[in-house]
Each structure stands twice: as structure tokens, then as C-alpha cells.
Design a protein around this ligand. Structure first.
Ligand code: FNR
Length: 187
């Protein structure tokens, strides 16, 4: 049985390093592991009045259903001002709405990756993400860490992960996370 993961980057930029990291993860995933990369495009800023008038935006409904049907969620998140980026937090917040947050997030295996051009490698953002994913009763993966500093030098002009040592790290991380997700597959 294939292991199906949803990949979500915390950046909307076309040349996002975190999106590129997700693409590398999908490329390096072992046989039998599929990473379906989604984006946050089309998700408005959360507004309770909009929700009351129109319900959940289509982009949110689609993302929720995709995550609910997946074996795990693989996040690639930048760090903004010593914390997590609001863009992705906004998407996750929307996804908890509709009265079925436990269908989407309950017991969900979550892997956290991150890349930054700076040196601190998104460690603080990831610790803040853990607070959020703990609140949502997910199953975070602690088997290894995937925090990359000096990110601008790791990718080539086409944003392909070019550094061999980092490619090995990413491959090992995806293999470990996918095995964890398969072991913790939800009924
Ligand atoms: C940043 N950046 C950043 N980097 C970091 O390592 N620690 C930080 O606290 C911050 N803070 C921060 C705030 C804001 C508002 C922006 C826009 C950027 C730099 C950030 O890591 C860099 O822009 C990444 O390239 C963003 O990720 P993507 O878009 O390349 O995936």
C-alpha cells in the first residue's frame, strides 16, 4: 500500500526555498511514497464574518479533504521574525474550521522541515509549530530534524537541491517520516 503524504510550504513565493525543499523531498522519496504538493494560494485571510456569510473557501475545503485522506502532512516552513509565518498559520487556522478539525488533524502524522538563507535554520519556527500541532492533537515526527541554514547556496538557479550531503539528509528524513506515517496510519 502506497504511503500518501500532503506537502505544504509556508510561502507563496514562486522562488520559495521551502517550496523547492518540498519538491526535493518528493523527488527523493522512496518507492511507494507519494508526496502531493499543495499550496496556500487562494486562501484568504481568516475573517469570521466571511466564514459566517460564505462558509469555508473552496481552497480550504479541498486542502482539508486532501489532508484528511492522506497518511501524513509534510510541512516546509520558513521562520519569520523568530516565529512561524502567518501565511501558513492562517491556512492551518482555516483548516480547523467547519466543526471537523479532529477528522483532519486528529492523530495526523506531521513532519516539519524548514530552510532559511540565514544560519539559525528555522529551529525556533519549528518549536513554535510544535505548540500548534500539539494543540491540534496531531502526531509530530521526532525521528530526526530537517532544519537547513545557508539555504541560498544549497539550491541551483533552477531551485533544484544541488548539495549532495543535503540531498542525502532529505532522502533519509523523508524515508523516516514516511515509515512513521505508515506505522501511524489512521483508520
Ligand atoms: C524573514 N527571514 C527570516 N529568516 C530567519 O532565518 N529568521 C527570521 O526570523 C526571519 N524573519 C523574516 C521575516 C520576514 C517578514 C521575512 C519576509 C523573511 C528570511 C526568510 O528565511 C527568507 O526570506 C526565506 O527565503 C523565506 O522562505 P521562502 O519564501 O524562500 O520559502
Amino acid at each position: 500500500m502506497a504511503t500518501k503524504l500532503i506537502g505544504l510550504a509556508g510561502s507563496l513565493r514562486k522562488r520559495s526555498l521551502n517550496h523547492a525543499l518540498l519538491r526535493a523531498a518528493a523527488e527523493l522519496a522512496p518507492e511507494g511514497v507519494e508526496i502531493d504538493i499543495r499550496t496556500l494560494h487562494g486562501i484568504p485571510v481568516y475573517d469570521g464574518d466571511l466564514e459566517e456569510a460564505e462558509g469555508l473557501p473552496d481552497a480550504v475545503v479541498k486542502l482539508k479533504d486532501a489532508v484528511a485522506a492522506a497518511d501524513g502532512l509534510l510541512i516546509a516552513s520558513p521562520e519569520y521574525n523568530g516565529s512561524l509565518p502567518g501565511t501558513l498559520k492562517n491556512g492551518i487556522d482555516w483548516m480547523t474550521r467547519g466543526g471537523d478539525a479532529s477528522r483532519v488533524f486528529g492523530g495526523l502524522p506531521v513532519g516539519l522541515m524548514g530552510v532559511t538563507p540565514g544560519r539559525l535554520a528555522t529551529a525556533v519556527a519549528q518549536s513554535h509549530w510544535l505548540q500548534v500541532f500539539m494543540r491540534l492533537s496531531t502526531a509530530p515526527y521526532f525521528g530526526s530534524m530537517m532544519q537547513l541554514g545557508g539555504g541560498s547556496k544549497l539550491f541551483d538557479d533552477d531551485l533544484k537541491l544541488a548539495d549532495d550531503a543535503t540531498r542525502d539528509r532529505v532522502a533519509r528524513y523523508v524515508e523516516g517520516f514516511a515509515a512513521f506515517a505508515a506505522q501511524n496510519r489512521r483508520g
